[in-house]
Ligand binder design. Structure first.
Ligand code: NAP
Length: 516
């Protein structure tokens, strides 16, 4: 499969042999990315001159209706995406998370657009602000689409959901998108974009795809453009200070690394439903995407007196995880995306082991179902334990982006909060407790350092949506190390791609705006 980019209304394939991508299980080459000649300035011009005006001619409701039509059409072809995703190491559960999760986000934004936005070209933000004694002069905030392009740079772990969760709010806002998927799984995103274009639902110019390098794209960014980045903190730091981004105040959001915590409440002793739910959650987070989730549980915090009981329960549960070829139905955890990622995670595990002990068996010696170790990027579920977490550094700072979690004890609820904060800002923290006082102390302590806080007890245990799963209507992002960005969160994500302007004038004029 030769990957191509879709720019300025055409598919562009490079010449000669380029970067190749192997099946994560078999090592067979599944895709090749030859370097294509792309006019990066032209990509932005096309978005601004063709895509933007076409989108802005539509109302919010018209754009929402197109999103819904698109989501329905893609739903009929999702098996093709599942099949390709297997090569990235995705099990059936991982495919559902990525593909169905992405389609669900499209549907969600389509219905929010119809319900929460007006059938108009302008969003009236809040009530009018009286500015004169007689009431003859007032102010009103309005939001209108940016007239530039939204550049979306995505991480490799969610080639479908990652693209659609950025695309849906951008499209609804009326802004054209330029999507750059991570190379390792670009073959899945490329297929998705082909499916989208096949539907002919979107106006030309509203979606372009760049596979491979972004070339000099950033040099051509201007003040009406926006960048939404997902990936490592190191890449985010580099792109955030690009001269064009800084000079033209380009809106830049980042979703980056995160050392997320999962806390067992002091009330959740062995034998309680919360204890069992906690163990199940840590195990589930390891299995899904083989721990390659920005929201995965990296640190499991437990009351000091429960450290041994939790160690035993998790060790036993980790040993039962069936690892192997994701195409085999019984397999619960597939390989990492590739050999390079496996090498990287092994190096991070070594760093963590300088201060933490390994409780599970050698991750390199993992037993496999339907696959051989020499061909695939397999790694066994890895549980580490640190007994003095305040004296440790790496466990709060080093992200091993794979099936790796470190268990640590805390002495009090405030100590658990203090440990979680050592992650310097995370996407999510979860706590398993049935005690409202504990929950309150945790929520208020954790909230300044987290984008999302999940509290699970026996009453919501069965229907809770999961530590690692962002929801379209809730904030996805986090302060500090997590990038400082915010995605999803309902209509707020749409408004991010719009200019909020205060308009002052007579009330009659402002009322007319609402009908625009
Ligand atoms: P990465 O190496 O930083 O790459 C992320 C994206 O940036 C890829 O599309 C990559 O393209 C691109 N990129 C790299 N250098 C670039 C440059 N100089 N100019 C323009 N684009 C550039 O991260 P990754 O290894 O793919 O993803 C794993 C990391 O992402 C983990 O740290 C994880 O925590 C984080 N992540 C965070 C979230 C979140 O929502 N917070 C979600 C998923 C993952 P190429 O692939 O072509 O290099």
């Amino acid at each position: 499969m030769q990957l191509a980019s879709y720019t300025q209304g055409q598919w562009r394939t490079g010449a000669g042999t380029g970067q190749t991508f192997a099946d994560a299980t078999t090592g067979e080459i599944v895709a090749e990315l030859p370097a294509a000649t792309i006019d990066y300035a032209g990509v932005l011009t096309h978005a601004r001159a063709i895509g933007g005006p076409a989108l802005r001619r539509l109302t919010f409701h018209e754009r929402a209706a197109l999103l819904k039509t698109l989501a329905k059409a893609l739903g009929e072809r999702k098996e093709e995406l599942y099949a390709l995703s297997r090569s990235t190491g995705a099990t059936q559960a991982d495919c559902v998370l990525d593909v169905d999760g992405g389609l669900g986000t499209l549907f969600s934004y389509a219905s929010r657009g119809a319900r929460e936005l007006p059938n108009s070209h302008v969003y009236i933000d809040g009530a009018a602000e009286p500015l004169s004694k007689s009431g003859g002069f007032a102010g009103q905030h309005i939001c209108v689409p940016l007239e530039g392009a939204a550049v979306h740079i995505n991480a490799y772990n969610f080639p479908v959901w990652g693209m659609l969760e950025k695309f849906a709010p951008t499209f609804l806002a009326g802004v054209p998108a330029v999507v750059k998927p991570a190379s390792a799984t670009a073959f899945v995103t490329e297929k998705l974009v082909r499916q989208i274009l096949d539907t002919s639902v979107l106006p030309e110019g509203s979606l372009q795809l760049i596979c491979g390098s972004t070339g000099d794209l950033f040099d051509h960014l201007r003040s009406q453009d926006a960048v939404a980045f997902t990936g490592s903190a190191a890449t985010a730091q580099k792109l955030r200070v690009h001269p064009a981004v800084v000079t033209h105040s380009v809106r830049f959001t980042a979703e980056t690394d995160s050392l997320n915590s999962c806390i067992l409440g002091p009330d959740a002793a062995p034998g309680t439903p919360e204890f069992d739910l906690f163990v199940a959650e840590v195990v589930r987070e390891m299995k899904l995407k083989a721990g390659q989730r920005c929201t995965a549980i990296r640190r499991a915090l437990v009351p000091a007196q429960q450290l041994d009981a939790v160690s035993t329960a998790l060790k036993e549960a980790f040993a039962k995880i069936v690892v192997g070829d994701p195409r085999v139905a019984e397999v619960q955890m597939g390989p990492l995306v590739g050999i390079a990622q496996r090498r990287d995670v092994l190096a991070r595990i070594q760093e963590l082991r300088q201060e933490a002990e390994l409780l599970t068996s050698d991750p390199e010696e993992v037993q496999l179902l339907g696959a051989t170790r020499d061909k695939g990027a397999f790694l066994g579920p890895t549980l580490l334990r640190v007994r003095e977490p305040h004296r440790a550094r790496a466990v709060h700072a080093v992200e091993a982006f794979g099936p790796v979690c470190t268990l640590m004890p805390y002495s009090s609820v405030s100590d658990a909060v203090a440990l979680a904060k050592l992650g310097e800002g995370s996407l999510v923290a979860s706590a398993f407790t049935a005690d409202p006082a504990v929950a309150r102390e945790l929520i208020l302590g954790l909230a300044p350092y987290h984008g999302r806080v999940l509290i699970v007890d026996r009453d919501c245990g069965k229907e809770q949506t999961g530590h690692g799963s962002p929801m379209p209507g809730l904030v996805h992002g986090g302060p500090g190390r997590a990038g400082g960005g915010e995605e999803l969160g309902g209509i707020r994500a749409v408004l991010h791609y719009m200019q909020r302007t205060a308009v002052q004038g007579t009330p009659k004029l402002l009322e007319a705006l609402a009908r625009a």
